[in-house]
Design a protein around this ligand. Structure first.
Ligand SMILES: [Zn+2]
Length: 320
């Protein structure tokens, strides 16, 4: 069994120019670090594009039209209140992000890649755009690839119980609020306290609404929190996901929660990301034949991107 790892220039295109922290070099920072490790059972997969109709299964038409229009302009247009600017070709670049997460879903569900190689789980480095809402961009995120993938998992594969775990430094508000009333989307998010960091949400009393009350946990950590605080918090996440008995597991492993990130204040080491991936992989083995998709999320210190994501791939690809 192998781990599908998506790599190619098409995914690099999802990046903002100039001095924007989300640059086009992030995927290569990961790739060169991964290559130095010689990890067995990694199947390299080409990025895949999706189409507008698929994106419309999650996003509102007016918003998709706005992104399409902005994508054709030579000058940059803000897609939110300021930190998500457009660039020429942003529509197609984002369709590659969504398409690659969907391709990862298809491979994991079918147990094989396009070449017929056996696949158990997958990692998409430039993906996990967790601030995108149905009707707007937010925090460097244009289309919510995991949001679209959840809808496809339900419609195409009849998957009901889905776990989503997010260890990026920022609260995954685009996933949380769009599924806040969904009682079968089990959401767990460890992040820097919203009083100190964008997007300002994800307090511990936000646990879902209506029928979904109790199907979400938010664990905010204070600035400067490190591995000890993370491991304590993750013990709760493990118990919660185990009792959820998921049929499919997503992990957003944003590397911006490591010490040295330029835009956040958490202080984990890459061991945190390895621990999260290993623990969830075991739960996926226990409950759903190992079906798990990890997405890269944020991360703006290039060394941290390489270290954190390589730890995740090593744990996903480990046969033991
Ligand atoms: Zn982040």
């Amino acid at each position: 069994m192998g781990t599908a790892v998506f790599f190619g220039d098409e995914l690099a295109r999802y990046g903002f120019g100039g001095s924007h922290p989300l640059g086009r070099d992030r995927i290569y920072a990961f790739w060169s670090r991964l290559q130095s490790e010689n990890v067995a059972n990694v199947m390299v997969e080409q990025p895949e594009i999706t189409n507008e109709e698929t994106v419309l299964s999650f996003h509102d038409r007016d918003y998709v039209e706005l992104v399409k229009m902005a994508s054709k302009q030579c000058r940059s247009i803000p897609l939110d209140r300021g930190d998500t600017p457009s660039f020429r070709g942003i529509f197609e670049a984002t369709l590659y992000v969504v398409g690659s997460t969907l391709a990862a879903l298809d491979m994991v569900m079918e147990g094989a890649d396009r070449a017929g190689r056996k696949i158990e789980n997958a990692f998409v480095p430039i993906a996990g755009l967790h601030h995108a809402r149905r009707d707007s961009a937010g925090g460097f995120c244009v289309f919510n690839d995991v949001g679209v993938a959840v809808i496809r998992a339900r419609k195409k594969y009849n998957i009901k119980r889905i776990a989503y775990v997010d260890i990026d430094a920022h609260h995954g508000d685009g996933v949380f609020y769009e599924f806040v009333s969904d009682p079968l989307l089990f959401f767990a998010d460890i992040h820097e306290d919203g009083r100190y960091l964008y997007p300002g949400t994800g307090s511990a009393d936000e646990t879902g609404v209506g029928d979904a009350k109790g199907t979400k946990i938010n664990i905010p950590l204070m600035p400067e929190a490190g591995d000890k605080e993370f491991f304590d918090a993750f013990a709760r996440v493990k118990e919660f996901i185990d009792s959820a008995r998921p049929e499919l597991v997503f992990l957003n492993c944003g590397a911006d929660s490591l010490a040295g990130d330029p835009i956040t204040d958490l202080r984990y080491s890459a061991q945190a990301h390895g621990h999260a991936a290993r623990t969830l992989r075991r739960l996926a083995d226990k409950h759903c034949k190992g079906r798990m998709i990890a997405v890269g999320g944020g991360g703006y210190n290039r060394t941290n991107i390489g270290n954190a994501w390589t730890e995740v791939v090593k744990e996903l690809a480990d046969l033991g």
